[in-house]
Design a protein around this ligand. Structure first.
Ligand code: ADP
Ligand code: 5SP
Length: 528
């Protein structure tokens, strides 16, 4: 229990809202969470989302996020959380997802009544009720249009840090502009999930930050302003609807009076711009040069801190959330935790310890069996379906339970390694792979990662690095413009090594990764 200053870090992630409070020494003092599927079953989400029958349109009811926010604050109140000690708040959101505020919503946000819930007051404030999220892959046409409009694929990547990706917000907005024109006209502000959450806290439309703004195919990553040609290609009067972009460390306002009166927050509590969950994790891990972070949340994401951006045709370059001159490189995979979870439910009774036992009881390389499990359209390659091959490369309809479990994990991690090599991530035996997110608590999974990457794997004491990064950024916001991130995190807990490559793993996986790549390329040919 702490009597001094506290800093809150919220994470509006795919499956839940998490929040943690740290003290001035960056020690976690409190943690709370609301899980969408479990705590709000009335919305019937699966993994926090609604997936259409074509498996390409993926949305989340915006009002569910609002209700979950009410719930998490109520949970804190019921646990006598010391709201008045909170000096600063920041947060993160699943990247790319968008929220559409209806004309007049600003008025409602500014005049929240502390005797009512946010849900009661905001239920009619959204022109689009279902927010498109990062798992959506229904905007191929809009992606092609955008690349054409700016002069080609590489040109778009030079401007925005990424070629056109279906889940990137500009393409999502373009789809809404083209297919729901009345709703688009009725929209006065478009937020990212991150800036939407910050807006709830300041009772005003919060600006989008540069780091999460990099995941939209709309922002010029060099000038850190909207790209006029991208805006024009995606929707009418879009600059006005998006508002401004600010450096990620900007204090965007003080907490709204609503939270002071309803929960007892301090009236001077400062809100620092919210950012994307992966940028926020980068802040929470505070990596050393050369470290590669592997986030095992709903998505598997590889990212690292870089200084010289070189945007190409694969992966993404984002503006760095804590160092205004730096960048981060990132690769995201859609078929990740939820696919592992499906296999775990189907063949291991939903028990992670059974899943782990199967990993322990099967050999590295799985006796030559390879399975590829794309339950939904993958990001790279664009492909969907489940494919299993025996040691002779013959397709087979099924595997035994233990083989199936090792196959899903090995294929996912081989893909992570292959794509990071393609992107030029510098991986050598001395590289530290720092794992974070839900599945990083599973040591057997971390051992497979260590064997396939042929690197030591590390974890930090706090699994929720996105929330931790948000809380650290909240402290940075309170310390003013001159404060240095490196000084703030200088005493942060170092990651500890939890897995080392098993002798002989490099021989097995160097060959097997090549074999995996050839199989994946064959499959992808069917989806061009
Ligand atoms: N012991 C475990 N072994 C493997 N995976 C796990 C384990 N515990 C949790 N997970 C996975 O972690 C995922 C949630 O991770 P989390 O980082 O909380 O996600 P998000 O931030 O995207 O909501 C779950 O979907 C689950 O599959
Ligand atoms: O699309 C991306 C990154 O580009 C995803 O990583 C989302 O940001 C969702 O994050 P998690 O909920 O899996 O942490």
């Amino acid at each position: 229990m702490s009597n001094g200053n506290l800093y809150l870090g919220f994470d509006f992630s795919t499956q839940q809202i998490k929040v943690l409070a740290i003290d001035d020494q960056l020690k976690v003092q409190y943690e709370f969470a609301v899980k969408f599927d479990v705590d709000l079953p009335e919305y019937k989400t699966q993994g926090g989302a609604h997936i259409s029958s074509d498996k390409s349109t993926v949305t989340t009811p915006t009002i569910m996020w609002v209700q979950a926010f009410d719930m998490v604050l109520d949970k804190m109140k019921n646990s006598d959380f010391p709201f008045s000690n909170v000096a600063g708040i920041s947060g993160s959101g699943q990247q790319h997802g968008s929220v559409y505020w209806k004309r007049g919503a600003k008025e409602t946000l500014q005049n929240l009544n502390p005797s009512m819930t946010l849900k009661e007051q905001l239920k009619n404030c959204f022109s689009i009720g279902d927010s498109p999220i990062w798992m959506d892959s229904s905007t191929r046409k809009q992606c092609d249009d955008l690349e054409k409009a700016v002069g080609g694929t590489q040109k778009l990547s030079d401007i925005t840090g990424s070629i056109a990706f279906e889940r990137f917000t500009g393409n999502q907005i373009a789809k809404i502009y083209q297919t729901k024109s009345t709703e688009y006209t009725n929209t006065e502000r478009i937020s990212l999930v991150s800036s939407f959450a910050a807006s709830l806290l300041i009772g005003l439309y919060a600006p989008i930050d540069e780091s999460d703004g990099s995941g939209m195919n709309l922002m010029n990553i060099k000038t850190r302003d909207w790209s006029e040609e991208c805006l024009k290609a995606c929707g009418k009067d879009l600059r006005e609807r998006l508002g401004s972009i600010v450096p990620s460390r900007t204090v965007v306002g003080k907490i709204s009076r609503y939270y002071v009166d309803r929960y007892g927050f301090n009236i001077d509590c400062l809100i620092t711009a919210f950012t994307g969950d992966n940028p926020s994790s980068l802040a929470g891990i505070a990596p050393k040069q050369g470290d590669i972070i592997l986030s095992l949340g709903t998505s598997d994401v590889l990212f690292l801190w870089i200084t010289d951006p070189n945007p190409g045709l694969a992966g993404h370059i984002f503006v760095n959330p804590v160092d205004t001159k730096a960048y981060m490189a990132l690769l995201c995979f859609k078929n990740s935790s939820l696919t592992r979870e499906r296999i775990c439910k189907e063949v291991a009774d939903g028990s992670w310890s059974q899943f782990s036992n199967s990993l322990k009881s099967t050999p590295m390389g799985n006796n030559g069996n390879i399975g590829i499990y794309f339950d939904v359209m993958e990001i790279q390659p664009l492909a969907v379906g489940v494919y299993r091959y025996d040691d002779k490369g013959q397709q087979v309809p099924s595997f035994d339970k233990d083989v199936e479990i090792r196959a899903v994990l090995e294929s996912q991690i081989m893909a992570r390694r292959n794509y990071s090599e393609m992107l030029g991530f510098n991986i050598s035996s001395g590289t530290r792979v720092i794992a974070t997110g839900g599945a990083s608590s599973n040591v057997e999974i971390l051992q497979v990662i260590s064997d396939i990457f042929n690197c030591n794997v590390y974890v930090k004491d706090v699994v929720n690095s996105a929330s931790l990064g948000a809380a650290i950024r909240a402290k940075q916001g309170c310390m003013g413009n001159k404060s240095k991130f490196d000084d703030i995190v200088k005493n942060i807990e170092e990651p500890v090594c939890v897995a080392k490559p098993t002798p002989g793993s490099d021989k097995i996986y160097n060959d097997m990764c090549k074999r995996y790549k050839r199989l994946e390329e064959e499959i992808a040919k069917n989806f061009v």
